[in-house]
Write a protein that binds this ligand. Structure first.
Ligand code: FAD
Length: 160
């Protein structure tokens, strides 16, 4: 099986889109990610998966905390900024939740403390204990499907 076939298979799993944020020594860093899952209700745990080449990896190892910001449909530009798909530097305003920078207008902001990390192949899984969260009334979620941004509106148009 080649890498492309594996990527195509994984891309068939439609997901939301998050920006992971952290702060260390006053430096705020963000990265777009869709590898995110709720793990446990008691205690409240989530997991993210960060690639070995991402600069976010060392930043979370040092700060031992991260926030997950679930993006709304109108925040595709933020996803592109934090995925490096928009090359020029852009100023992004952050709010704060439990000592972590979070994205303004995200549909949900979840602040976590790292309680465990597992290196698996070329990614590291960070288990986060949820310390605070904030939900906002806002538009539909931004989606990612078959390697492309999508929306509920677009996918519902595909249904016959
Ligand atoms: P950099 O490449 O240094 O930063 C990423 C971008 O964010 C840069 O353009 C930088 O200017 C900008 N940026 C960072 N901080 C700030 C700030 N404070 N203010 C303004 N701009 C800032 N990779 C994974 O490892 N795991 C995943 O689950 C994952 N899911 C993805 C899902 C989608 C939909 C997409 C599009 C990409 C995904 N990626 C994932 C890839 C990942 O987003 C990119 O490889 C990313 O560029 C890696 O970021 P980095 O930490 O190396 O930081």
């Amino acid at each position: 099986m080649d890498d492309r076939q594996f990527r195509n298979a994984m891309g068939k799993f439609a997901t939301g889109v998050n920006v992971i944020t952290t702060e260390f020594n006053g430096d705020v860093h963000g990265m777009t990610a869709n590898a995110f899952m709720s793990v446990s209700l008691d205690p409240k745990l989530v997991v993210i998966s960060i690639g070995e080449n991402a600069s976010m990896l060392e930043k979370i190892r040092k700060s031992k905390k991260y926030a997950v910001n679930i993006l709304s449909n109108n925040q595709k530009d933020l996803s592109m900024i934090f995925a490096g798909q928009i090359k020029e530097e852009r100023h992004v305003d952050f709010e704060w939740l439990a000592d972590l920078p979070v994205i303004k207008g995200a549909s949900t902001q979840i602040s976590c403390e790292v309680v465990n990390e597992h290196v698996e192949g070329d990614h590291t899984l960070f288990i986060g204990k949820v310390v605070d969260l904030k939900l906002q009334e806002c538009s539909d979620p931004l989606l990612f499907y078959k390697g492309q941004y999508s929306s509920l509106e677009k996918t519902s148009n595909l249904v016959m």
